[in-house]
Design a protein around this ligand. Structure first.
Ligand SMILES: [Zn+2]
Length: 312
């Protein structure tokens, strides 16, 4: 009789708690300690600092659950207890382990020493050039995003548990420094990009890139787009029609970037078949000369000067 009464009350309690949880999801579930001694810890780890020791039957507000731990409120404390030692009435919201670890996510607008530490580390890795001021602004945001991109993380610009752990890791991938744009004095360095070499061309104005292959050239470098896709990009750079117009370009080869100028007209000898480019085009560097007239071409040199102001 007595036992049946308790069971009924307990059942009623569960119903009530479920109703409350359903209509007020922000409310915590009620938990009771079901072991003689239970340590309330600062974070969800057995090695975390103890805040308080709880006894059997102590009542807790259970806020959320993650990886075998409950985040609870007990008197003035908010902390973590091992889930298996608490009997909960009602349902508890599951949290991702990242939130449960109680690491503060640093994002745009965050400030303080944690942001300073973040900036210092991003600077060490070459992602951040700004000052270590502890203010998470647009520069820090850009650095976090670049770090995330290079380290295979989701690129959201917020430094949460995963990003902070990746930053702390000895295997954190540093920023790849883009090489400075160099002047290539053509005569005397004609073999810097040897015949047969494949290199990348970046059009300064559009930022578009394609691959090209050097076939020859003495007064300057003669090349062809490597494939039909490369030829299509090059044609697109020229607005869809081949042209002799000079364009400022960067040539990337062997980890270095050179200022150059190209024309966009297929002409003369064709050495790469099946690339949709009937002939070759010319690439000029500092001091290089044209084929027929054997003179330095002012327009090409102007374009080389323009290219020198660009970086990859
Ligand atoms: Zn040429």
């Amino acid at each position: 009789m007595m036992k049946a009464g308790i069971r009924r009350m307990a059942a009623l309690g569960v119903t009530l708690a479920v109703m409350l949880t359903a209509s007020h999801p922000a409310l915590a579930a009620e938990g009771r300690v079901n072991t003689d001694s239970l340590v309330l810890r600062k974070s969800a780890s057995a090695s975390s600092r103890a805040l308080q020791t709880l006894g059997r039957g102590d009542k807790l507000d259970v806020r959320s659950e993650s990886d075998g731990w409950y985040r609870v409120r007990y008197g003035k404390y908010t902390g973590y207890v091992m889930k298996k030692y608490v009997k909960v009435t009602g349902s508890v919201e599951k949290e991702s382990s990242t939130e449960a670890a109680s690491v503060r996510t640093l994002r745009r607008g965050s400030a303080g020493s944690a942001v300073r530490t973040l900036q210092r580390r991003l600077k060490e890795l070459g992602y951040y050039d700004g000052s270590i001021d502890g203010d998470f602004g647009s520069e820090t945001l850009g650095a976090v995003r670049a770090f995330q991109r290079s380290n295979g993380l989701s690129v959201d610009g917020a430094a949460g548990v995963k990003t902070l752990a990746a930053l702390d890791s000895p295997s954190a991938v540093p920023a790849e420094k883009e090489p400075v744009t160099e002047k290539l004095q053509w005569f005397g360095s004609e073999g810097t990009i040897p015949k047969g070499a494949v290199f990348t061309v970046k059009d300064c104005a559009t930022g578009k890139t394609f691959q090209a292959k050097r076939w020859s050239g003495a007064n300057h470098l003669d090349a062809e787009p490597l494939t039909d896709e490369d030829a299509a990009v090059m044609k697109d750079v020229y607005g869809g029609a081949w042209s002799w117009r000079r364009r400022a370009i960067l040539v990337r080869y062997g980890g270095r970037v050179y200022a150059a100028s190209m024309n966009g007209m297929p002409h003369g000898t064709d050495t790469v078949g099946g690339n949709g480019f009937d002939g070759h085009f010319c690439i000029h560097f500092t001091g290089s000369k044209t084929h027929e007239t054997d003179r330095v071409d002012g327009e090409h040199q102007n374009a080389v000067q323009t290219a020198l102001k660009h970086t990859w």
